[in-house]
Design a protein around this ligand. Structure first.
Ligand code: HEC
Length: 132
């Protein structure tokens, strides 16, 4: 008798514990959806994004051989900052690197930027495209 009672309590505790664990599991899933930009798929960390720290290095490495100051292929200049802003405002900066049609895909004749690099530029824009 005593052992069947303790078996019952063991099962009851197990079921409660299992449902707590599965509920907690669900809340992690929701958290991913609540912060899609801060932490994009693949563990891309876009906290602390700045123009000088993140965007300029990406433009220098991938774009400014063609769009740097004094070069400006296609009459598109992506430095200094004041030259970049019109392409933020008209949407062509994001359109070109996302390569989803509606504008020329960039970098021209080069591999598409990594998802995390695109997410970093998007985050900088959604933060107000500051000269920071
Ligand atoms: C190899 C040279 C080259 C590189 C590298 C390059 N571009 Fe371009 N880009 C061009 C040329 C040439 C044009 C104008 C002709 C065209 O639209 O294809 C252009 C046009 C553009 C335009 C205007 C697009 C439109 O549809 O009007 C944008 C915006 C742009 N580039 C952004 C970028 C960005 C951002 C990068 C880096 C991720 C980049 N480019 C890398 C050569 C390049």
């Amino acid at each position: 008798m005593k052992s069947s009672v303790s078996l019952f309590s063991f099962l009851a505790i197990f079921i409660v514990a299992a449902s707590v664990v599965s509920t907690t599991g669900c809340s992690y899933d929701v958290e991913d959806e609540l912060f899609p930009v801060e932490m994009a798929p693949g563990g891309c960390d876009t906290t602390g994004i700045t123009y000088q720290g993140s965007v300029v290095p990406l433009l220098d490495e991938n774009c400014n051989t063609c769009h740097g100051a004094g070069i400006g292929l296609g009459n598109v200049f992506l430095e200094p900052y004041a030259e970049v802003i019109p392409y933020v405002t008209n949407g062509l900066l994001i359109c070109s690197i996302q390569q989803d049609g509606g504008c020329s895909p960039m970098p021209k004749n080069g591999p598409k930027l990594a998802d995390c690099e695109i997410a970093s530029i998007q985050k900088w824009i959604s933060d107000g495209a500051l000269d920071n």
